[in-house]
Design a protein around this ligand. Structure first.
Ligand SMILES: [Zn+2]
Length: 192
């Protein structure tokens, strides 16, 4: 049995087009044999992240794998809390030697896989996990907010808006529930 537990929802505050505050969401994926954390939020939300882990009954030292959707600072601000976890990020993000470079779409646990969803950055990656008969996609900033998805707008920060929209399309095709880079999970309302 796999369950998805939002740890912190994160937030993105804009003033017009300008981003004035950004903290990523962080999400636990609890499977029968491993504890996986997707993104670690920003350093400013460290207390919230620790509280959220505690509410889920998980100590930072119990986290087996940290998947980083990309390496912007508002997603990796608490990586130091997980010194012994296996860490994964796409090779295009130039992750350095303490983080394993992912080069293809991998199955990392039963019912769980990584999906390259570039556009926000070259190495943006989503995590796909089946839980409670639904497919969850932890999208990172491939879908920065629910509003991007509802209005079908690519992330404001992007390397290629067309590529970003085609990644959003891939996410829409597989997801029942999307966990955006910033904010609460929401239903994708994909057509079946
Ligand atoms: Zn980002």
């Amino acid at each position: 049995m796999t369950s998805i537990v939002p740890v912190v929802p994160g937030l993105l505050r804009r003033d017009g087009q300008r981003i004035v505050e950004a903290h990523s969401s962080a999400t636990l994926i609890l499977t029968s044999d491993s504890i996986i954390l997707v993104d670690t939020s920003s350093h400013e939300l460290r207390a919230g992240l620790l509280d959220g882990l505690k509410r889920a009954g998980i100590a930072p030292s119990q986290v087996d794998i940290v998947v980083l959707t990309h390496l912007h600072h508002d997603h990796i601000g608490n990586l130091d809390l997980f010194p012994s976890a296996r860490k994964l990020a796409r090779v295009e993000e130039s992750p350095g030697k303490s983080i394993e470079a992912v080069t293809s779409d991998l199955d990392i646990a039963p019912g769980m896989s990584l999906m390259h969803t570039p556009g926000h950055t070259r190495g943006s990656m989503s995590v796909v996990a089946r839980a409670d008969d639904a497919v969850y996609v932890m999208a990172g900033d491939a879908v920065p907010t629910r509003s991007n998805y509802d209005k079908w707008l690519p992330p404001g920060i992007n390397i290629d808006p067309g590529l970003a929209l085609s990644s959003m399309g891939r996410i829409r095709r597989v997801a029942d529930v999307i966990v955006p880079g910033h904010g609460e999970p929401f239903p994708s309302r994909r057509e079946r």
